[in-house]
Ligand binder design. Structure first.
Ligand code: FAD
Length: 464
């Protein structure tokens, strides 16, 4: 199987990325131990945590497909073909994501995780250890130290330690003892809060279901994604200073009457007041690392490597793609960790950093640019050019969401395309009108006067 290495893989973190990763390793024949600090999500009645639903797109689906899980997961998804922009006046306008067959899937986070855990549990040589929290590791010797549910520490052994333990990764902390990694953690000034739009009294969706609804208000915004039970999960993103100012029910209502009036009857006044103060608004952060591995024994994937703000809907998709890229490298280098791990860092670090930056950029696009006619014109032109030259000109959103073009290459291509577009606009808006005017004013050889007055139907001879 592997060249010069053993065959026991320990994955820390049973979130979506860890659970999917376990399938990749198990299908390659490794002994897999998955350690998750929390209890088994499949037994939990209420799952409290981050967002309830997630937008799954091409990269994530490709990773799921390669371990045979795409169909199982997408049945928990509601397709979203376009954004639905809610203006302050209550007017709505849709902006498609791409071509007809290009859409995002709004999937239930808990159901997705449950499917992935159940699938991997059925594979040979896989053991899931819930309520096992990684405390320490000594990877040069292949030893892990974990806390069991009864609080007692236990020792475990592995040849490869894979950190899929999220933004506050403990594996990452330990990896940084063995590798020279530049690391940054940035909290943005905006927090988020989730609210719910229930189904109507007849059990229908209260708004158009196959859309990602956006209320862009320039410096902040609210979005809503559909759920399988015909409800919507709304997420309000706002500066934390503004959240802190809102302490009474009246202030909540004021905020919604001023900025999101059409959502009040959908959420319900009482529910709105209750839900707004249910839990404090949550922070949003970005993690960047200059390397995702240490020697041939430790590697990071998902949020542990590159947590990002959620505005491109790519955090989990990028994490799933990490697993797929790693698996492709395992194939290429015949399961030789010593070659796979460094190459994985070389490939994924620029992509992780590119998508983190794009995610931040997209926040401004979602909350502000979509209000501008210029944005709509540019998007229209993007689509026209994409239709004329489908392989040469691809809109950024399409490259990121509906292809596997590497994230950093997508950024490069986008910048180039933008330059070409700007040049195109310059020609059309400046040079052409000016040269047209010059042409019109020019004297035609053999004609005594410029053609302008004639075109305007005027006599060229001044009345005497
Ligand atoms: P996590 O989901 O954080 O899972 C890590 C797991 O590790 C947890 O279960 C944790 O209990 C466990 N763990 C932690 N420490 C230890 C330890 N010491 N020992 C053992 N276990 C441990 N992404 C998208 O692709 N599309 C979206 O639409 C989208 N929307 C989002 C909306 C919001 C509001 C937010 C906040 C994020 C969104 N994301 C989205 C990002 C997505 O949630 C994350 O990228 C994804 O959850 C990362 O998965 P993960 O498995 O790497 O980490």
């Amino acid at each position: 199987m592997s060249e010069g290495v053993g065959s026991r893989v320990a994955i820390v973190g049973g979130g979506p990325v860890g659970a999917l990763n376990a399938s990749f390793f198990a299908l390659r024949g490794y002994h897999v131990d998955l350690y998750e600090a929390r209890g088994d999500i499949r037994l939990a009645k209420h799952v409290r945590g981050r967002s309830i639903n997630l937008a799954l797109s091409h990269r994530g689906r490709q990773a799921l497909a390669s371990v045979g899980l795409e169909e199982k997961v997408i049945r928990h998804g509601v397709p979203m073909h376009a954004r639905m922009i809610h203006s302050l006046s209550g007017k709505k306008m849709s902006i498609p994501y791409g071509k007809k067959d290009q859409y995002l899937l709004s999937v239930d986070r808990a159901l997705l995780n449950k499917e992935l855990l159940t699938a991997v549990e059925g594979l040979p040589k896989v053991k899931l250890h819930f309520n096992h929290k990684l405390q320490d590791s000594d990877m040069p010797n292949g030893t892990l130290l974990l806390n069991r549910p009864d609080g007692l520490p236990i020792e475990a052994h592995c040849d490869l330690l894979v950190g899929c333990d999220g933004a506050f990764s403990s594996v990452r902390r330990q990896l940084m003892r063995y590798a020279t990694v530049d690391f940054s953690q940035t909290f943005i000034k905006h927090n988020y809060l989730e609210l719910n739009i229930p189904p109507t009294s007849s059990g229908e969706f209260a708004m158009e279901p196959n859309f990602l609804h956006i209320w862009p208000r320039n410096t902040f915004m609210m979005i809503a994604l559909p759920n399988m039970d015909h409800s919507f999960t709304c997420t309000l993103f706002m500066p934390f200073m503004e959240f802190e100012k809102i302490t009474t029910n009246e202030q909540v209502l004021d905020l919604f009457q001023k900025f999101f009036p059409d959502s009040i009857p959908l959420i319900g006044i009482d529910a709105l007041k209750k839900q707004f103060f249910r839990i404090p608004a949550q922070a949003l952060m970005m993690i960047k690392c200059s390397q995702y591995h240490a020697s041939e024994t430790m590697v990071l994937m998902g949020d542990a490597a590159h947590a990002m703000v959620p505005f491109y809907g790519q955090g989990m998709n990028a994490g799933f793609e990490d697993c797929l890229v790693f698996d492709e490298l395992m194939e290429k280098f015949h399961n030789n960790f010593a070659r796979v791990l460094p190459e994985y860092s070389v490939l994924r670090v620029p992509d992780g950093q590119a998508i983190s930056d794009l995610a931040m950029y997209n926040y401004i696009e979602m909350r502000a640019h979509v209000n501008s006619p210029w944005f709509h014109f540019r998007r229209f032109m993007d689509n026209v050019l994409h239709r004329i030259m489908p392989n040469t000109f691809i809109p950024l959103y399409t490259m990121v969401t509906f292809t596997r073009i590497r994230y950093h290459e997508a950024v490069k291509r986008w910048k180039k395309q933008k330059k070409t577009m700007n040049w195109f606009f310059f020609v059309f808006l400046t040079i052409l009108p000016v040269s047209g005017a010059v042409l019109l004013c020019r004297k035609i050889p053999g004609q005594p006067h410029s053609i302008v007055p004639r075109l305007c139907g005027l006599s060229t001879k001044l009345p005497l």
